[in-house]
Write a new protein. Structure first.
Ligand SMILES: *Cc1c(COP(=O)(O)O)cnc(C)c1O
Length: 448
């Protein structure tokens, strides 16, 4: 099978920065200013549909942290995906976007007390929320709060994948209960809580070269599920005479890669799905497979628009200064991430970019950090002051990682729905930068 059979409604396997319509982006940038994120909800829908087509019998949970915008969450909910949340703030947003408790999963990684208090409070009204836990202390802290509801055990499978060491979680000791203790911890958790699932997330970046570590993780999770649900069928396991547990699912995490480089092939989702099903093996009756894609749902649905404000020839090449930097898009500075960049043109009186010669340039932002570059020595249609640049595949972990370093207000974001542009998050103002500061008139300096 290939993606072709679903191409009509699920769209192509990737949308490249070259596929966006330059005229439409010009208009949006002219109206809303730059730096500006543009997120296309139609593409989000296509990505959800492709995932559901490839994994028809799995629970698909959107990892909300990739993009938490309200309209994105609503779009994903309408497309039938659940929400996987990493903090109280994300749970709050998912609830506001209309996800019911049974479609809400909260993954507690060293959770602050405030977050646990909030989520335990929520479960009074929404008892179907599931809390995914990766440490015995977290189970104890939930029990101390009187919680005895739905729990999923996060397991550290000891294998990892990822495009950068900072996002490889599968083998990082921070995440999950070590694999060789997982069965024992699961059994004791089931005595105190309603244990409904087991979970592992290998980190971000399942790509065609890394299917082996994905397979390995999934294999281990399938084995653990069988050991817990059908303990007698396993020989030599620590829980040979343990009582069978009643799990609803095995969640094998997210990390589905997208091709950032223009010539990188898109992930073959059907191949990943086949490899996943084969690796997980026969699951006991009533146990479903679950996946948690974040990036894949939203990454290629977004671009970041920036405007060229300086073009400086130097002995080390041409430096193109733009109004977007690492405070708007952190991934290049933090992960050495590659994002495709396209010159959309727009400088007054200049020829169209495709009629200009390609020049190697470094694109740099306005922040006082050497790392504040969006690309180095990349060949672009010769940029001229006043041109708009589109930075591609920025819909995941783009706006979400934006920050106010250098007292830079965060950028605005526009969503496209059936081609209609709506402002989704307004540009922050200089006043926004100081609203949380204690002032003379504010005796506490605190908010709720
Ligand atoms: C971040 C995260 C995901 C999603 O990762 P992607 O690379 O965006 O697909 C899934 N599950 C958990 C627990 C995560 O922390």
């Amino acid at each position: 099978m290939s993606d072709d059979d679903a191409a009509s409604s699920a769209g192509p396997p990737v949308r490249r920065v070259s596929d966006w319509e330059a005229g439409a982006l010009h208009e949006i940038a002219a109206e809303h200013g730059t730096p500006l994120y543009v997120q296309d909800l139609d593409r989000v829908r296509e990505n959800c549909e492709r995932l559901r087509n490839a994994f028809p019998d799995a629970d698909v949970r959107y990892a909300v942290k990739a993009h938490t915008g309200r309209s994105v969450l609503e779009t994903v909910r309408e497309a039938g995906l659940d929400a996987e949340c990493a903090s109280a703030g994300e749970v709050d947003r998912a609830l506001a976007a209309g996800f019911d408790g049974e479609r809400l999963h909260y993954t507690a990684v060293n959770p602050p007390a405030r977050d646990l208090d909030y989520v335990v409070g929520i479960t009074a009204a929404e008892p179907a929320v599931t809390v995914t836990v990766g440490a015995v202390d977290t189970l104890d802290r939930l029990a101390e709060r009187g919680y005895d509801g739905r729990i999923c055990l996060r397991v550290n499978p000891g294998v990892g994948a990822g495009h950068h060491e900072k996002v490889r979680t599968g083998a990082a000791a921070k995440f999950g209960v070590p694999y060789d203790r997982a069965a024992e911890v699961a059994r004791s958790a089931a005595d105190r809580f309603n244990l409904v699932g087991i979970h592992a997330h290998a980190g971000s970046g399942i790509d065609p070269d890394q299917l082996d570590s994905h397979r390995e993780l999934v294999t281990r999770m399938g084995e653990l599920a069988r050991e817990l649900v059908e303990p007698r069928a396993e020989t030599g396991s620590a829980g040979g005479d343990a009582r069978p547990l009643d799990l609803d699912y095995v969640d094998v995490g997210g990390g589905f890669g997208v091709p950032y480089e223009e010539d990188a092939p898109p992930l073959d989702l059907h191949a990943v799905a086949d490899a996943t099903r084969e690796a997980v093996g026969p699951l006991p009756a009533g146990v479903d497979l679950a996946i948690e894609p974040g990036r894949y749902v939203v990454a290629d649905a977004g671009v970041l628009l920036a405007r060229v404000n300086t073009v400086k020839p130097t002995p080390d090449g041409t430096v193109v200064g733009v109004d977007a930097g690492m405070t708007d898009l952190l991934r290049p500075a933090m992960y050495d991430a590659y994002h495709p960049i396209r010159n959309l043109g727009g400088a007054a009186g200049a020829t169209a970019p495709d009629e200009r010669p390609a020049t190697p340039v470094t694109v740099a932002g306005p922040i006082c950090e050497t790392g504040d570059t969006l690309c180095k020595n990349r060949s672009l249609a010769d940029p001229i002051r006043g041109d708009f640049l589109a930075v591609g595949i920025t819909g995941a972990y783009g706006y979400e990682m934006a920050n106010q370093y250098n007292s830079r207000p965060r950028p605005a974001e526009v969503t496209l729905d059936d081609g209609m542009a709506t402002i989704a998050r307004r540009r922050e103002t200089l006043t926004d930068l100081t609203t949380v500061e204690r002032t003379e008139n504010d005796s506490t300096g605190e908010s709720r």
